[in-house]
Design a protein. Structure first.
Length: 505
């Protein structure tokens, strides 16, 4: 039987009003990839932040190599051979790679040997077939390169147990493959990896064992060869989930969105879109794939009338909508599920019924002249709560007090009840649990069947491949190519996500 390198026993973490970890026991064997799987809010990151010394447990014990330890800070964790690569990297952009690597390690040294540290770093990188210039500024590195620096930084500091928190969230498929090769090499050398994820295909690919957390509790630990993604999904949510969905051939209608040679300026004062061309028809889902930050947000803004087009044109439902205002665009039959529901999709302090009427409050039957017809508003709100399965005490409940999934269902209910011809769905299941994700996806498929044209933007390739009829890949504000979803391969999409145009291969 393999040695338990780590035991977290009966861990409890209580925040004000929230029990994040509820008597969790978690054991990891030396040399394995042990995945911590669970929905958003299941307590995965909290548990690992306790192990790394960022949080103190309310109660419970941590044992490393058979000895009880008190990990009250990241420094103590590092001294005990624990490294952590966070989902949002902790590097300082204005420093070089090697300055980031040795930051905090030099307090007892009177003379800083930067070149010696750089040479040692290069040797370590070469060991794992990586080429990274130690004197390069971090701000000039790609996201994938920054992640490699984070991993090498942990290894440079002596990490034997490495925690990777949602490490594939911002990587292209090729970068994911490179990461998995590195993990294989690390475990082959005797390192141990804790892999935090919610992506079932990746979990089944990389793991030796999987521990599932649900509602802050450890519900089961299974060997990869004794399970499959259907069982893991059931363990995550406590019921059967349909993961194999077929949407059939699209029944195409008129063009609802036509973008020609569109350019716009981003928040940094430089072009964010560079001659972007795109078409969406009624009855289809066009998926936009790409690494976050390649112009997706700006593209959505110019379509919705929230950012000025500096060149090119946009037609919506046959009408020139270049630089139209948001209300004019909505009147043309456009519904919008924004990427950030808190900033652009709802007002947290308002009640559910008020949030449901944010767009059409001035139209009959919700208004009589200048007065609101609250009876009709309340009747409509009760209907939408039932139809979209929004779990709430009442329509008077503040929107901000709902769970993330129920907030998204509320936004979805408002937008789809307007019978749109064209739907913008930006990261529609980001931060949602599997149950809410299943519901949102089913509604999108139903709208497609009703003849609605849908523009789906997501950084999750699995979601795009599951729902889209066609897939367009965006890179640095330009469309690299458009592929029929049934013909798409992850490798081809990955090449385009990294900047190769379709016609080049």
């Amino acid at each position: 039987m393999a040695e338990n390198i780590l035991e977290m026993r009966d861990i409890v973490k209580q925040f004000p009003g929230v029990l994040a970890n509820d008597h969790v026991t978690f054991k990891v064997e030396k040399g394995e990839v042990h995945t911590l799987l669970g929905e958003n809010g299941a307590g995965k990151s909290t548990l690992m932040n306790i192990l790394y010394g960022l949080y103190s447990p309310t109660s419970g014990e941590i044992w490393l190599h058979g000895k009880k330890v008190d990990i009250h800070s990241p420094r103590v964790a590092i001294e005990n051979g624990i490294g952590m690569v966070h989902q949002h990297f902790m590097l300082i952009p204005a420093l070089t790679v090697i300055e980031n690597v040795i930051l905090g390690m030099t307090e007892n040294k009177q003379v800083l040997d930067l070149d010696g540290a750089a040479n040692a770093f290069v040797e370590l990188a070469q060991k794992y077939n990586m080429k990274i210039d130690p004197y390069e500024m971090v701000e000039n590195l790609t996201v994938g390169e920054q992640q490699r620096v984070e991993i090498l930084k942990a290894l440079y500091r002596g990490a034997d147990l490495l925690i990777l928190d949602e490490p594939t969230a911002v990587l292209t498929p090729q970068e994911v493959d490179e990461l998995f090769k590195m993990i294989d090499t690390l475990t082959g050398e005797g390192h141990t990896v804790i892999f935090i994820s919610h992506k079932l295909n990746e979990v089944m690919h990389i793991s030796n064992r999987v521990t599932v957390l649900r509602s802050g509790k450890s519900c089961e630990t299974v060997l990869k060869e004794n399970t499959d993604k259907h069982e893991l999904a059931r363990l995550m949510v406590g019921r059967e989930i349909d993961l194999d969905r077929s949407i059939g051939k699209p029944q195409l209608g008129d063009v609802v969105l036509e973008m020609k040679d569109v350019e716009c300026v981003g928040d940094k004062g430089i072009n964010a879109l560079n001659g972007l061309n795109l078409t969406v028809r009624k009855g289809e889902i066009l998926g936009i794939a790409g690494v976050d930050g390649n112009g997706q947000d700006e593209m959505l803004d110019v379509i919705a009338g929230l950012r000025k087009v500096t060149k090119g044109s946009i037609k919506i439902c046959g009408t020139d909508s270049t630089n139209s205002n948001p209300r004019e665009i909505m009147k043309r039959g456009v519904a919008h599920i924004p990427a950030d529901r808190h900033k652009r999709g709802m007002i947290s302090e308002m009640s559910i019924k008020e949030n449901l009427m944010l767009i059409d409050y001035y139209k009959p039957p919700f208004a009589k002249g200048k007065r609101l017809n609250w009876n009709e508003i309340e009747k409509s709100s009760e209907r939408l709560l039932k139809e979209f399965n929004v779990k709430a005490p009442s329509i008077e409940t503040a929107g901000g007090s709902l769970s993330g999934g129920n907030q998204q269902k509320m936004v979805l209910a408002r937008e789809l009840d307007r019978d749109p011809e064209f739907l913008i769905a930006a990261h529609p299941v980001r931060g949602l649990d599997i149950g809410a994700t299943e519901f949102v996806h089913e509604r999108l498929i139903a709208e497609r069947a009703n003849g609605v044209g849908i523009l789906l933007v997501s950084t999750e390739l699995e979601e795009i491949l599951t729902l889209a009829d066609r897939i367009a890949v965006i890179y640095e504000g330009e469309i690299m190519g458009v592929i029929e979803a049934e013909d798409a391969t992850v490798a081809e999409l990955g090449l385009m996500m990294a900047g190769s145009k379709k016609q080049d291969f």
